[in-house]
Design a protein. Structure first.
Lengths: 460, 109
């Protein structure tokens, strides 16, 4: 729980540093503070499994594992912010602060034990992200992304809230433990129809937040319009948090009602996979392709929610880690390429490998991992996902997912082909040391998790 | 306070449920069919207020304060959302001189 306090205080400290014009110290202070928060989170491993603050939060191993991934992802993304925000405006400290506040909301989202905390966490995170999506005030695409994200986010919050209210109306409490007991006591047909309606509305609200089809339509526009660094944050850290919140609620409370909601999620998963992958094939912009690829990865992660149980938590953990680090590489290279060429199309990547072997190599690893090729973390993630679905006898769903994984290979390999086999302008990317560090760390982690999956797969 | 709670309880709970569902649906339809960003925004607020009404009714019926506390949270966070949302709408208006969401179509595949 100290993690949440440290991150909140850190955000305020960074804001004050901005007030005193200490621009140079913003990044080091943020990263050090986040490392401290990460250390405090890890220190609570296996220590304190009881709900705290009158049953509002539960900082169990689940929460710690997801906090660790999200904090780590945020550190890597903040390292990429070197000279990024300075070009947008001179008030840089605010951007760091808002990212840290979003992270504080995420901490609440992964450790809630009461539906009111779920709502508060989601809102703290979302309100911060509405601002971040629109930080390029003169840029029309950024404006559009902010407005769309805001309207869709507020709309989905309405569904989430109505669902929570109906569940409160039938279980008489917001506490996850009480709701679980209500479900268990009335599992033989005594559950009021209001509860089922509430469950469906919460499902809709959360599907909006994680960008699963048919509630995905805002995702590509928002991801493309937002500044690239913010897109990286939204499509990795925020998405992981959304899945953690989803999984926590459904595993704790709604598992006995699986017969009711599993068919719905199966349809949503299949739709998400097909829409994400097939539309990604037709994109000419690398950034928009990554947006659709993030929709399709949401589809793969939904497999875990069908699987339920501890195996599913591990599967999401592995998948989210693999996806986060691989996407961070992809976005880092995109930032570099866009800085030099000014466009985010595939053409910018032509012939990149000749002059920038290191950058091209890390991006290749990232693309292989996203496509799920063996020896990378992405393969392990997909393997766990599919095996948890097979264990539930969802054979057809796995067949659909494998077809989609093959479609995915086409568009991920397009970048690799462009870098290695096409003639380009031979441009030399200026790669600052932070970028090299992030690329190297992420690539090494991808390979290590791919070769030794047991490091992470038996955590919970 | 007792007086207030008992007067809430003179109306059956189902009526609150139906009223809130109707208001919520009006909000959803408003978001889906209106094209003015401000009116969409108002419709979203209507959805949230339907939730507030229902929470208060449940809370009064069950004699449980948690529901009313939740209403305060919703109000506070809705206010924060209004602040950010109106700022975003003003920003868009400055660049395009319009709050019609049909002009938001430059990002299309």
């Amino acid at each position: 729980m100290n993690t949440l306090i440290v991150i909140s205080v850190l955000a305020l400290v960074v804001l004050y540093l901005g007030l005193f014009k200490a621009g140079k110290s913003l990044l080091p202070v943020s990263v050090m503070g986040l490392l401290l928060a990460l250390g405090l989170a890890v220190a609570e491993w296996n220590v304190n499994p009881a709900p705290i603050y009158k049953g509002m939060m539960l900082f169990d191993n689940f929460a710690i594992a997801f906090s660790a991934i999200t904090i780590l992802g945020t550190i890597l993304i903040l390292l990429l912010s070197k000279n990024y925000f300075e070009k947008i405006s001179e008030h840089v400290a605010e951007y760091y602060t808002i990212i840290l506040f979003a992270l504080a909301g995420i901490m609440v989202m992964v450790s809630y034990h009461n539906l009111s905390m779920l709502f508060i966490g989601v809102e703290i995170m979302s309100v911060s992200l509405y601002i971040l999506a629109g930080i390029k005030r003169r840029d029309f695409a950024s404006n559009e992304a902010a407005l769309k994200y805001f309207l869709m986010g507020a709309f989905s919050t309405g569904f989430l809230l109505f669902g929570i209210t109906l569940i409160y109306g039938s279980a008489h409490s917001f506490d996850l433990e009480v709701i679980k007991q209500y479900v268990l006591n009335n599992a033989n047909g005594g559950i009021s129809p209001m509860f089922y309606t509430g469950l469906s509305l919460i499902l809709i609200g959360l599907c909006f937040k994680i960008g699963a089809a048919p509630f995905h339509f805002w995702t590509p526009d928002v991801y493309e319009g937002s500044p690239t660094l913010i897109t990286a944050f939204m499509s990795t850290v925020v998405k992981t948090a959304g899945f953690a919140a989803f999984l926590r609620l459904f595993i704790t409370c709604f598992a006995p009602l699986a017969d009711f909601w599993v068919p719905t999620i199966i349809v949503i998963t299949a739709l998400t996979l097909f829409i994400g992958n097939i539309t990604a094939l037709y994109q000419s912009s690398f950034k928009r392709m990554l947006a659709y690829s993030s929709i399709s990865h949401a589809g793969y992660m939904l497999f875990a929610i069908i699987g339920l149980g501890n195996a599913a938590i591990n599967a999401v953990l592995v998948y989210a880690t693999a996806y986060t680090i691989a996407s961070i590489i992809a976005f880092a290279v995109l930032i570099l390429v866009k800085k030099q060429t000014g466009s985010d199309n595939y053409e910018g990547f032509n012939g990149l490998a000749k002059k920038n072997p290191f950058v091209a190599f890390t991006l290749t690893i990232a693309m292989l991992s996203l496509a799920g090729i063996p020896l990378t973390a992405g393969f392990i993630g997909k393997f766990f996902m599919f095996s948890s679905a097979v264990a539930q006898y969802q054979i057809w769903l796995v067949v659909i997912a494998i077809i989609n994984a093959i479609i995915g290979i086409f568009y991920y390999f397009r970048v690799i082909v462009a870098m290695y086999f096409k003639e380009g302008k031979n441009l030399i990317l200026a790669t600052p040391i932070q970028f090299r560090f992030v690329l190297a760390v992420s690539a090494i982690l991808t390979l290590v998790f791919g070769l030794y999956p047991t490091i992470i797969s038996e955590l919970i | 306070m007792d007086n207030f709670v008992s007067s809430i309880q003179t109306v059956p709970l189902n009526h609150y449920l139906i009223l809130s569902s109707i208001i919520f649906t009006i909000g959803v339809i408003g978001v889906l069919i209106r094209r003015n960003a401000i009116i969409i925004f108002m419709s979203v607020e209507l959805m949230l207020n339907a939730v507030n009404l229902l929470l208060t009714a449940f809370s009064a019926y069950y004699g449980d304060a948690a529901g009313q506390v939740f209403v305060f949270f919703i109000m506070a966070l809705a206010a924060a959302e209004v602040a950010v949302g109106l700022a975003i709408i003003v920003m868009v208006y400055r660049n395009t001189s319009s709050v019609d969401i049909n002009i938001l179509n430059r990002l299309k595949w």
